[in-house]
Design a protein around this ligand. Sequence first.
Ligand code: HT7
Ligand code: ZN
Length: 874
Amino acid sequence: PQTIFLKDYRVPAFLVDHVDLRFELFEDGARVHCTLAMRRNPDSDSSDKSLELDGDSLTTLESVSLDGNLLEGSAYEDRDDKLTLHEVPDQFNLGIVTWIEPQNNTRLEGLYKSSGMFCTQCEAEGFRCITYFPDRPDVMARFRTRVEADKTRYPILLSNGNDVEKGDLADGRHFVTWEDPFPKPCYLFALVAGDLLEKRDTFKTMSGRDIDLRMYVEPRNAEKCDHAMDSLKRAMRWDEEVYGREYDLDIFMIVAVDDFNMGAMENKGLNIFNSSCVLASQETATDMAFQRIESIVAHEYFHNWSGNRVTCRDWFQLSLKEGFTVFRDSCFSADVGSPTVKRIEDATMLRTAQFAEDAGPMAHPVRPESYMEITNFYTLTIYEKGSEVVGMIHTLLGPDLFRKGSDLYFERHDGQAVTTDDFVRAMEDASGRDLSQFRLWYEQSGTPELTVRDEFDDSAGIYRLTIKQSIPDTPGQADKKPQHIPFAIGLLGAEGESLPLKLAADDADAPTDRVLELTDASHTFEFHGLSERPVPSLLRGFSAPVRVFYPWTREQLTFLMSHDSDGFNRWDAGQRLAVDVINSLVSSTDGNVDAGLVEAYRSLLADSSLDQALVAKMLQLPSEAYLIELADQPNVPAIHRARERVLAHLARSLRDELLACYHRNTLSGHYEVTPEAVARRSLRNTALAWLLHIDDEEGRTLATSQFNEADNMTDRMGALRALVNSGYEKEQEQALADFYQQWKDDPQVVEQWFAVQSGSTRTGGLRKVHELMEHPAFDWKNPNKIRSVIGVFAGQNLPAFHAEDGVGYQFLAEQVRKLDDSNPQIAARLVSPLTRWRKFAPVHGEQMKSALETVRDKSGLSRDVYEVVHKSLA
Ligand code: HT7
Ligand code: ZN
C-alpha cells in the first residue's frame, strides 16, 4: 500500500459548489444519481486538464455525463479506486450514476444495512463507497439529497439539513428531499432509511430560536431515549454558555444503529450512534454507560462547531477537531459531574493506554506526518493526547484568554478547512503569547519524562526543585527538543498545610498553587522562606501528559494521600503507593503486604467526611494493564498474582470496614445518576467485589441478594461481576443463566453479559471465549459482539491472553485473519495487543511476534491490517 505524506499536501485542483444526490434504495442494491457543480480552484497551480475522483467498492458505474451529455467510455477511465475524466472545462456539471450493494457491505463504510435499516458512515473515506467524488475534507459543498424507498419497509427517510419536500411514488414507494444550507465535506454526509420510532423534544437557543430535536430508534428501544435527549439539551446549553456557540439548523437528529465500527458520528444535523453509546435505561445500562453516553452525545454535538463549521484541511489535522472536541466534552463532563473524578478517569486512560501507544510501534505525533490507512489514526494520541494539548493551552492562557482564542478561531475560520497550526495561531493572536515552542507537542511523538530531584537548604530556608525533561526515541524520531510543559505544583508542611510558593524571598503574596513553565532540558526553581523540608505535590491535576519520576518514600505517599489539597494528587499518591506495594510482591511470593497500605485504606473507608466520589476512585487498585505498562519486560501472571494477593489481604484485613461501607452506601429511593449516587453505588460494589475475593459467607449472601433484588444495572452487574470473579461456582452459574434468560432480547445487555465472562480471570479462559463465540447471540458481523468477547479477552483478561503456551496470541491472530475479510477496520484495531511484543520478555515476545507473522502472511491482507502489522514487525 501507498504511504501518504503531509508534506505532499496540495490544494484541490477542482472545487465542488453543489452536490445533488438521488438515492433509489432497493432490497438488492441502491442506485445513486450524483450531480456535482464543479469548477477549477483558482488557488491551485495545477494546469492539468483531467479530473480525478475517488471511488471504492462501487459495484457498477452506470453512466457519466458532462453538462447533461452522456459521455462515451473513451472520455474517462474507470479504475478500481479512481475515475479519471481525460478533459474537463473550467466549470461544469458532472453527472454520475452508480449501483452499489449496501446489503453486502460488511465493512460498515459508506452505505450499509444494519438490522434492516439503511445507514451510512462516511468518515474518513466512506463517501467514495457511495459514488465517485473528490473525497477529501477540504472540498466543501452544499448538499441536496433525495431519498426514495419502499414506504412500508422504510417509512423514515433522513439526510442532513432540513426536509424540504416529500411525497408518494408509484409501487408503494415514497421520497423525502433534504437540503443542507451549510457547505460541508463529504465525510459529514449521512443517510438513514428504516422503520424507526421517532422521539421528539425541543430546545430554545440563546437567541430564542426553537430547535426541533428528534431521536430515531427501533421501536423496542422506545424507553431508552430519555437520557440521551436530556444529555443533548445539557450539551447545547453548555456550548452556548461556555463557548458562545449556538446551534444553526432547525432540526437536530440522533439515530441509533446496532452495527457500527466506532462510537458515533457527527454528521451535520444527523448524528448516528452505535446503539451502545446512546440507548440507556436504569434496568439495562450501568452508571458508567450513562456517563459515557452523556459525554459521547455531547462530543458529537460539540463537533457541530469544532469539526463541522470549522473542519480539517486534510486528515493529518484530525486532532484539530478530535483533540479540541474531546477537550470540550471533558470540560462538559467535569462541569456536570465531579471535576476531580473526571480528571482521574482521563489521566488513567492516558497513562494506561495512550502512554503505551506512544511507546509502541505505531507511535505518532498528534499531527502525524504520514499514514497508509487513515482509519488506523483514530487513536488515543489524536483524541486523548490531542485533548491534553488543548488543555495545556487552556492552562497556559487561563480561561478568559482561551475563550478569546476560541472565539477568534471560530470567527476567523467559519466555513473553512484548516490546520492545527491555524488553531494555535488564533490562540496566540488572541492572547499575545508565543506558542512556537509549544507547537512541538503537535510535532514530536513520545511521552516526555520528567525527573525531579530536590534539596533543602536548612540554613537559608530554601527548597530547590530541579526538573529535567527528556523524550524517548519513537519510530522515525530521535533526539527530540525540549517541550513547553505546564507543571503545576504545591508544597505541604509537616501538618499537611499548603505552603506559600515564594519564588523570591520578598514574595509577600505568594500563592499555594503554581504552574511552573518548563521549556529547557533542565530547570531549577527555588522556594524561599521555608522553615522545614516540605513534601512536594507534583504535576497537580495532571497538568501535562508526562511521566514524573521522583523518589517518593511510602511515608510521603501516605501523607499526600491524606493531606494533599489537590484531589487528583491525593488519588495519585494512593496509586503510587499501591503500585509500589504490588510491585514489591511480584518477584517474591512470600513477602508481606505493607501494613501502611492497609491502614491508609482503613482510614479512607472510615472517613465519611471525605468526598465519596474521590474515595470510590481511591479504593480502586491500579489495574493490571497499568502495572504492565509501568513494568519493563512485565511478567503478566506474576503481576496478576501479586495484585490478587494485595486485594485478598486488604479484603481480609478490612472485612468489617467493607461490610460497614457496603451497608452505609445502600441507597433507598429512586435511581438517579448524580455524582453522589454514582459514588455510593461504586463504593458499595467495590466493597462487595473485595469481599468476594475472600471466602466470605456474608459477602456471598449479599451478592446473591443484590443480584436478585437490584432495580438497576449498576448493582445487578456489580453483583454479577463479583460472583463471576469469585470461587462460588454454583451461584455464578445460576446468576449468569438468569441474567441471560431475562435479557436475551436486548443486544446491549447481552454485550455486557459476554464481556463480564470474557474478562473474568476466573472463568474467562480461552475455552470460555470459544464457548461464547459459539453462542447463538454471538454475531461475526457485529463489531460490538466482537469487541465484547474477543476484544475484552485480549485487552482485559491479561493472564489468560498472556498464557505461557502462547495460545492466547495464536487465537487472536486467527480471529484477526478471519475478520480482515469482512471488516478490516475492526480487524486492525483487534490486532493491537500483539503489536507490543517488544515490551515483553523474549519467551512471550517471540510468541506474540510469531502470531503477528501469521497475520502478516495472510493473502489479500487489507491495507488497514497491513499497516499495523508491518509497522509492528519493522
Ligand atoms: N468523528 C467520528 C469518527 C468516526 C469514524 C472514523 C473511522 C471509522 C468509523 C468512524 N465512525 C466515527 C467519531 C468522533 O470522534 O466523533
Ligand atoms: Zn469526535
